[in-house]
Design a protein around this ligand. Structure first.
Ligand code: CTP
Ligand code: MG
Length: 262
Protein backbone atom coordinates (compact mmCIF):
# COMPACT_ATOMS: atom_id res chain seq x y z
CA UNK A 1 0.00 0.00 0.00
CA UNK A 2 2.81 2.35 -0.99
CA UNK A 3 0.54 5.10 -2.29
CA UNK A 4 -2.12 4.82 0.35
CA UNK A 5 -2.68 8.01 2.31
CA UNK A 6 -0.81 8.06 5.61
CA UNK A 7 -4.01 8.16 7.65
CA UNK A 8 -5.20 4.80 6.33
CA UNK A 9 -2.74 2.92 8.51
CA UNK A 10 -3.78 4.68 11.70
CA UNK A 11 -7.40 4.26 10.76
CA UNK A 12 -6.95 0.51 10.39
CA UNK A 13 -5.14 0.33 13.71
CA UNK A 14 -7.73 2.45 15.41
CA UNK A 15 -10.54 0.34 14.00
CA UNK A 16 -8.85 -2.78 15.23
CA UNK A 17 -8.13 -1.63 18.76
CA UNK A 18 -11.11 0.64 19.39
CA UNK A 19 -13.68 -1.50 17.57
CA UNK A 20 -14.79 1.24 15.21
CA UNK A 21 -16.89 -0.42 12.49
CA UNK A 22 -15.11 -0.48 9.12
CA UNK A 23 -17.95 1.20 7.28
CA UNK A 24 -20.10 3.69 9.08
CA UNK A 25 -22.50 4.99 6.46
CA UNK A 26 -24.65 6.51 9.14
CA UNK A 27 -22.10 9.03 10.33
CA UNK A 28 -22.69 12.39 8.74
CA UNK A 29 -19.08 13.50 8.76
CA UNK A 30 -15.53 12.17 8.85
CA UNK A 31 -13.26 12.53 10.66
CA UNK A 32 -14.84 13.09 14.06
CA UNK A 33 -13.90 9.84 15.70
CA UNK A 34 -15.25 9.31 19.11
CA UNK A 35 -13.47 6.64 21.01
CA UNK A 36 -16.00 3.86 20.77
CA UNK A 37 -15.91 1.97 24.04
CA UNK A 38 -16.65 -1.69 24.34
CA UNK A 39 -19.46 -2.13 25.05
CA UNK A 40 -20.53 0.98 23.16
CA UNK A 41 -23.28 3.37 24.28
CA UNK A 42 -25.84 4.43 21.69
CA UNK A 43 -28.79 6.80 21.97
CA UNK A 44 -32.03 5.92 20.21
CA UNK A 45 -34.58 8.73 20.00
CA UNK A 46 -38.13 7.81 18.97
CA UNK A 47 -39.50 10.88 17.18
CA UNK A 48 -42.16 9.37 14.95
CA UNK A 49 -45.29 10.29 16.90
CA UNK A 50 -48.11 12.55 15.74
CA UNK A 51 -48.32 14.54 18.98
CA UNK A 52 -52.14 14.41 18.95
CA UNK A 53 -52.58 15.49 22.59
CA UNK A 54 -50.32 18.52 22.16
CA UNK A 55 -52.53 19.90 19.41
CA UNK A 56 -49.66 21.89 17.91
CA UNK A 57 -49.56 23.00 14.26
CA UNK A 58 -46.63 20.66 13.57
CA UNK A 59 -45.85 17.30 15.21
CA UNK A 60 -44.75 18.35 18.71
CA UNK A 61 -41.15 17.18 18.32
CA UNK A 62 -40.72 19.94 15.71
CA UNK A 63 -42.62 22.63 17.63
CA UNK A 64 -40.38 25.54 18.68
CA UNK A 65 -39.17 25.90 22.26
CA UNK A 66 -37.25 29.14 22.82
CA UNK A 67 -37.14 29.45 19.03
CA UNK A 68 -35.57 26.02 18.42
CA UNK A 69 -37.39 22.80 17.46
CA UNK A 70 -37.94 20.49 20.43
CA UNK A 71 -36.03 17.63 18.78
CA UNK A 72 -32.88 19.75 18.51
CA UNK A 73 -32.92 20.52 22.25
CA UNK A 74 -33.10 16.78 22.92
CA UNK A 75 -30.32 15.96 20.48
CA UNK A 76 -28.08 18.72 21.84
CA UNK A 77 -28.12 17.10 25.30
CA UNK A 78 -27.05 13.71 23.92
CA UNK A 79 -24.55 15.36 21.58
CA UNK A 80 -22.79 16.83 24.62
CA UNK A 81 -22.18 13.45 26.27
CA UNK A 82 -18.75 12.23 25.12
CA UNK A 83 -19.44 8.57 25.90
CA UNK A 84 -22.33 8.30 23.43
CA UNK A 85 -20.90 6.81 20.22
CA UNK A 86 -23.85 7.60 17.95
CA UNK A 87 -27.33 9.09 18.19
CA UNK A 88 -30.01 7.32 16.17
CA UNK A 89 -33.26 9.17 15.54
CA UNK A 90 -36.39 7.36 14.37
CA UNK A 91 -38.83 9.48 12.36
CA UNK A 92 -41.91 8.50 10.42
CA UNK A 93 -41.56 7.43 6.81
CA UNK A 94 -43.70 10.09 5.25
CA UNK A 95 -43.07 13.21 7.29
CA UNK A 96 -41.55 16.28 5.64
CA UNK A 97 -40.71 18.36 8.69
CA UNK A 98 -37.24 17.02 9.17
CA UNK A 99 -35.92 18.78 6.07
CA UNK A 100 -37.01 22.12 7.46
CA UNK A 101 -34.54 21.79 10.34
CA UNK A 102 -31.38 21.92 8.22
CA UNK A 103 -28.79 19.14 8.46
CA UNK A 104 -26.13 21.30 10.09
CA UNK A 105 -28.29 21.65 13.18
CA UNK A 106 -27.75 17.98 14.09
CA UNK A 107 -24.82 16.63 16.09
CA UNK A 108 -22.35 15.14 13.61
CA UNK A 109 -22.62 11.61 15.00
CA UNK A 110 -26.38 11.55 14.48
CA UNK A 111 -28.21 9.36 11.99
CA UNK A 112 -31.83 9.62 10.93
CA UNK A 113 -33.86 6.46 10.27
CA UNK A 114 -37.20 6.79 8.47
CA UNK A 115 -38.63 3.65 10.03
CA UNK A 116 -41.27 4.94 12.43
CA UNK A 117 -44.01 2.50 13.42
CA UNK A 118 -47.62 2.82 14.51
CA UNK A 119 -46.71 2.67 18.20
CA UNK A 120 -43.76 3.99 20.19
CA UNK A 121 -42.61 0.43 20.90
CA UNK A 122 -42.71 -0.39 17.19
CA UNK A 123 -40.72 2.73 16.34
CA UNK A 124 -38.06 1.74 18.88
CA UNK A 125 -37.92 -1.85 17.62
CA UNK A 126 -37.64 -0.69 14.01
CA UNK A 127 -34.86 1.66 15.06
CA UNK A 128 -32.99 -1.14 16.83
CA UNK A 129 -33.23 -3.27 13.70
CA UNK A 130 -31.86 -0.41 11.59
CA UNK A 131 -28.70 0.15 13.61
CA UNK A 132 -25.43 -1.66 13.68
CA UNK A 133 -24.70 -2.80 17.24
CA UNK A 134 -23.40 -5.77 19.19
CA UNK A 135 -25.66 -7.63 21.66
CA UNK A 136 -23.74 -6.28 24.66
CA UNK A 137 -23.79 -2.66 23.56
CA UNK A 138 -25.93 -0.34 25.65
CA UNK A 139 -28.84 1.54 24.10
CA UNK A 140 -30.30 4.60 25.82
CA UNK A 141 -33.85 5.06 24.49
CA UNK A 142 -35.10 8.59 25.05
CA UNK A 143 -38.33 10.31 23.98
CA UNK A 144 -37.79 13.18 21.55
CA UNK A 145 -40.60 14.78 23.54
CA UNK A 146 -38.44 15.10 26.69
CA UNK A 147 -36.34 18.10 25.64
CA UNK A 148 -35.33 19.17 29.17
CA UNK A 149 -32.98 16.22 29.59
CA UNK A 150 -29.45 17.41 30.41
CA UNK A 151 -26.02 15.85 29.81
CA UNK A 152 -25.65 15.52 33.60
CA UNK A 153 -28.85 13.46 33.84
CA UNK A 154 -27.68 11.19 31.01
CA UNK A 155 -24.23 10.77 32.55
CA UNK A 156 -25.81 10.00 35.93
CA UNK A 157 -27.87 7.20 34.40
CA UNK A 158 -24.85 5.74 32.61
CA UNK A 159 -22.76 5.87 35.78
CA UNK A 160 -25.50 4.12 37.77
CA UNK A 161 -26.06 1.33 35.25
CA UNK A 162 -22.91 0.66 33.27
CA UNK A 163 -21.97 -2.27 35.51
CA UNK A 164 -25.54 -3.46 36.07
CA UNK A 165 -26.68 -6.90 34.96
CA UNK A 166 -30.02 -5.74 33.60
CA UNK A 167 -30.04 -1.98 33.02
CA UNK A 168 -32.77 0.40 34.06
CA UNK A 169 -34.36 3.81 33.74
CA UNK A 170 -34.64 7.28 35.14
CA UNK A 171 -37.73 7.62 37.30
CA UNK A 172 -39.04 9.77 40.14
CA UNK A 173 -41.00 8.72 43.24
CA UNK A 174 -44.70 9.61 42.91
CA UNK A 175 -45.08 12.91 44.80
CA UNK A 176 -48.89 13.10 45.01
CA UNK A 177 -51.61 11.07 46.64
CA UNK A 178 -52.93 8.54 44.14
CA UNK A 179 -56.64 7.75 43.62
CA UNK A 180 -58.30 5.07 41.54
CA UNK A 181 -61.52 6.20 39.85
CA UNK A 182 -64.69 4.22 39.36
CA UNK A 183 -66.63 4.37 36.09
CA UNK A 184 -68.61 7.39 37.33
CA UNK A 185 -65.46 9.40 37.92
CA UNK A 186 -65.66 9.08 41.69
CA UNK A 187 -62.92 7.87 43.98
CA UNK A 188 -63.03 4.12 44.27
CA UNK A 189 -59.92 3.94 46.46
CA UNK A 190 -56.79 5.73 47.58
CA UNK A 191 -53.66 3.87 46.62
CA UNK A 192 -50.57 4.06 48.79
CA UNK A 193 -47.79 5.80 46.93
CA UNK A 194 -45.25 3.77 48.88
CA UNK A 195 -42.91 2.23 46.31
CA UNK A 196 -44.59 3.90 43.33
CA UNK A 197 -42.38 5.62 40.76
CA UNK A 198 -43.07 7.55 37.57
CA UNK A 199 -41.04 6.15 34.68
CA UNK A 200 -39.08 8.59 32.56
CA UNK A 201 -36.50 8.18 29.86
CA UNK A 202 -33.69 7.51 29.04
CA UNK A 203 -34.18 3.80 29.57
CA UNK A 204 -30.89 1.94 29.21
CA UNK A 205 -30.64 -1.71 28.26
CA UNK A 206 -28.34 -4.03 26.35
CA UNK A 207 -29.04 -4.02 22.61
CA UNK A 208 -29.56 -7.79 22.26
CA UNK A 209 -31.94 -8.24 25.18
CA UNK A 210 -33.94 -5.11 24.39
CA UNK A 211 -34.42 -6.11 20.77
CA UNK A 212 -35.62 -9.56 21.75
CA UNK A 213 -37.90 -8.16 24.49
CA UNK A 214 -39.63 -5.69 22.17
CA UNK A 215 -39.94 -8.33 19.48
CA UNK A 216 -41.69 -10.68 21.91
CA UNK A 217 -43.73 -8.11 23.83
CA UNK A 218 -44.69 -5.30 21.45
CA UNK A 219 -47.73 -4.19 23.47
CA UNK A 220 -45.72 -2.28 26.09
CA UNK A 221 -45.53 1.48 26.64
CA UNK A 222 -41.86 1.61 27.59
CA UNK A 223 -38.71 -0.45 27.19
CA UNK A 224 -38.62 -1.42 30.87
CA UNK A 225 -42.08 -2.97 30.45
CA UNK A 226 -40.77 -5.35 27.80
CA UNK A 227 -37.67 -6.20 29.86
CA UNK A 228 -39.92 -6.94 32.87
CA UNK A 229 -41.98 -9.31 30.73
CA UNK A 230 -38.72 -11.20 30.09
CA UNK A 231 -38.58 -11.86 33.85
CA UNK A 232 -35.87 -9.26 34.52
CA UNK A 233 -35.92 -6.40 37.02
CA UNK A 234 -34.82 -3.01 35.64
CA UNK A 235 -33.15 -0.70 38.17
CA UNK A 236 -34.90 2.54 39.09
CA UNK A 237 -32.44 5.43 39.01
CA UNK A 238 -33.55 8.66 40.67
CA UNK A 239 -34.34 11.13 37.89
CA UNK A 240 -35.30 14.80 37.92
CA UNK A 241 -38.79 16.29 37.92
CA UNK A 242 -37.65 18.74 35.22
CA UNK A 243 -37.28 15.89 32.72
CA UNK A 244 -40.93 16.26 31.68
CA UNK A 245 -42.55 14.78 28.60
CA UNK A 246 -44.22 17.54 26.60
CA UNK A 247 -47.64 15.97 26.13
CA UNK A 248 -50.32 18.68 26.52
CA UNK A 249 -50.25 22.34 25.37
CA UNK A 250 -49.49 23.60 28.89
CA UNK A 251 -46.31 21.49 29.03
CA UNK A 252 -44.63 23.63 26.38
CA UNK A 253 -44.42 26.75 28.56
CA UNK A 254 -43.08 24.64 31.43
CA UNK A 255 -40.47 23.05 29.17
CA UNK A 256 -39.37 26.51 28.01
CA UNK A 257 -39.04 27.65 31.62
CA UNK A 258 -36.85 24.64 32.47
CA UNK A 259 -34.76 25.10 29.33
CA UNK A 260 -34.16 28.75 30.25
CA UNK A 261 -32.92 27.88 33.73
CA UNK A 262 -31.87 24.26 33.78
N1 CTP B 1 -43.31 8.00 19.20
C1 CTP B 1 -42.78 7.32 18.11
N2 CTP B 1 -43.60 6.55 17.33
C2 CTP B 1 -44.92 6.44 17.60
C3 CTP B 1 -45.48 7.12 18.71
C4 CTP B 1 -44.63 7.89 19.51
O1 CTP B 1 -41.59 7.42 17.86
N3 CTP B 1 -45.69 5.70 16.79
C5 CTP B 1 -42.44 8.88 20.00
C6 CTP B 1 -42.91 10.33 20.06
O2 CTP B 1 -42.45 11.06 18.90
C7 CTP B 1 -42.32 10.83 21.35
C8 CTP B 1 -42.23 9.55 22.22
O3 CTP B 1 -42.43 8.45 21.34
O4 CTP B 1 -41.02 11.37 21.19
C9 CTP B 1 -43.24 9.57 23.35
O5 CTP B 1 -44.56 9.45 22.83
P1 CTP B 1 -45.76 10.46 23.10
O6 CTP B 1 -45.38 11.49 24.08
O7 CTP B 1 -46.99 9.66 23.32
O8 CTP B 1 -45.83 11.24 21.68
P2 CTP B 1 -46.95 11.14 20.57
O9 CTP B 1 -47.37 9.73 20.39
O10 CTP B 1 -46.41 11.86 19.40
O11 CTP B 1 -48.12 12.01 21.21
P3 CTP B 1 -49.68 11.60 21.33
O12 CTP B 1 -49.70 10.30 22.07
O13 CTP B 1 -50.29 12.73 22.07
O14 CTP B 1 -50.18 11.48 19.90
MG1 MG C 1 -48.32 8.63 22.01
Amino acid sequence: MQNAPRESSWRVQLQACMQIPKSRPYYTGWPHDRFVMSPAFFALIPAAGAGARAGSAVPKQYAPLLGKPMLLHTLAAFGAVPGIAAIHVVVSKEEAWLETLGGSAFPEHCQIHRVGGTTRAQSVLNGLKAIEAKPDDWVLVHDAARPCITPAMIEGLIAALKDDEVGGLLAIPVPDTVKRADSAGRVAETISREGLWLAQTPQMFRYGVLREALQRFPDVTDEAGAIERMGLKPKLVQGDARNIKATYPADFALAEAYLKAP
